[in-house]
Design a protein around this ligand. Structure first.
Ligand code: B12
Ligand code: SF4
Ligand code: SF4
Length: 261
């Protein structure tokens, strides 16, 4: 009978069984290569120290064991996004679910990769709403992605990457692995008003922020977007709080590779 593959035993065979206390030196480049090889379109590392003091997580002690976050992005399908109108389509709802499931598998693999190297890691679900009254996730993937240099936070409050614009979905792995962090990039919205003009709920205020918005209400008439996405979730074949118009219309990422590095 064949033996199961015990990668971890092979890695730490010199440690006489004490491998859970021995941590390997891993560079940010190595973990990024693993993420890209596992299907991520973009990956960056965020320093969590600012979040420890300035940002509520759910539960409140979630971030305490961790110093870094790995932010990963999957790219959305242009054909699905380009076919969106003022209302979401069943194809977009299906794509939303598929990408979320892929993200959760990807972060599970990253957690295993980190644990195999002797560090702690925890995946934050792609799209779970932990506080349904205030509409909050466990941590904000957008805030982490911004600090990890994935993109800037646009006037739509979405993370806009130079490569794919806001046509990305995000997830986060929290870790104590001492990886060199990336940093935020300058916003490139300029005088663009595409998302403000197109929003079917007139929810985007067209306010530019040089650093970060202190509250989401600075960028959005938040309740308008919340109500619009709630109403959309009741439509036949949708079943999720989605809309996607501000994702579709952003000129960044819209016209193929011209903006890509
Ligand atoms: C709840 C939720 C909603 C709610 C509330 C949205 C909101 N703006 O908060 C509703 C249902 C309305 C919604 C709508 C949408 N959502 Co939504 N949603 C979430 C969810 C689950 C939690 C968001 C959250 O907790 N927000 C809390 C607020 C306060 O944080 P924030 O929006 O990031 O904004 C603050 C921080 O970023 C902070 N910040 C920025 N930089 C820094 C740096 C530091 C150091 C600190 C401390 C803070 C900080 O500044 C902002 C203002 O305070 C996330 C998944 C997740 N766990 O993050 C997806 C998520 C934000 N949604 C997403 C998307 C795409 C959408 C929609 C387009 C719907 C759709 N899929 O078709 C719309 C877009 C609405 C909009 N223009 O923002 C994507 C965004 C992807 C991207 N490219 O940015 C996410 C990340 C899901 C994912 N896995 O990719 N969503
Ligand atoms: S998700 Fe729709 S309603 Fe909300 S801000 Fe974007 S375009 Fe407007
Ligand atoms: S549509 Fe224009 S203003 Fe809105 S996020 Fe994209 S670049 Fe910024």
């Amino acid at each position: 009978m064949s033996q199961p593959c015990r990668k971890i035993d092979a890695l730490f065979s010199h440690c006489s069984g004490a491998y859970n206390k021995v941590c390997m030196d891993v560079t940010a480049a190595e973990i990024k290569a693993f993420c890209i090889g596992s299907g991520a379109a973009l990956v960056g590392i965020a320093d969590l120290s600012l979040f420890q003091t300035e940002w509520p997580a759910i539960p409140g002690d979630l971030l305490i064991p961790y110093s870094r976050a790995v932010s990963v992005a999957l790219r959305l399908d242009d054909a699905v996004m380009d076919s969106l109108d003022d209302l979401p389509t069943p194809a977009y709802a299906e794509h939303y679910r598929t990408v979320n499931a892929y993200l959760d598998r990807l972060t599970m693999r990253i957690v295993a990769w980190i644990s195999d190297r002797g560090y702690q890691a925890k995946a934050v679900p792609a799209s779970k709403i932990e506080d349904t009254e205030n509409l909050l996730g466990a941590v904000s993937h957008k805030a982490i992605a911004r600090m990890a240099g994935i993109g800037w936070q646009g006037k739509s409050l979405l993370i806009v990457s130079p490569e794919y614009g806001p046509r990305i979905r995000l997830a986060t792995v929290l870790t104590d692995m001492p990886l060199s962090p990336d940093g935020p990039m300058e916003q490139r919205c300029g005088s663009c008003t595409e998302c403000t003009d197109a929003c079917p709920a007139a929810a985007i205020r067209n306010v530019l922020s040089k650093g970060r918005y202190e509250r989401r209400e600075e960028a959005l008439y938040f309740s308008r977007c919340a109500e619009r996405t709630r109403a959309n979730s009741q439509l036949p074949g949708i079943g999720a709080r989605i809309c996607g118009v501000c994702v579709k219309v952003c000129p960044h990422g819209k016209s193929g590779p011209s903006d890509r590095k």
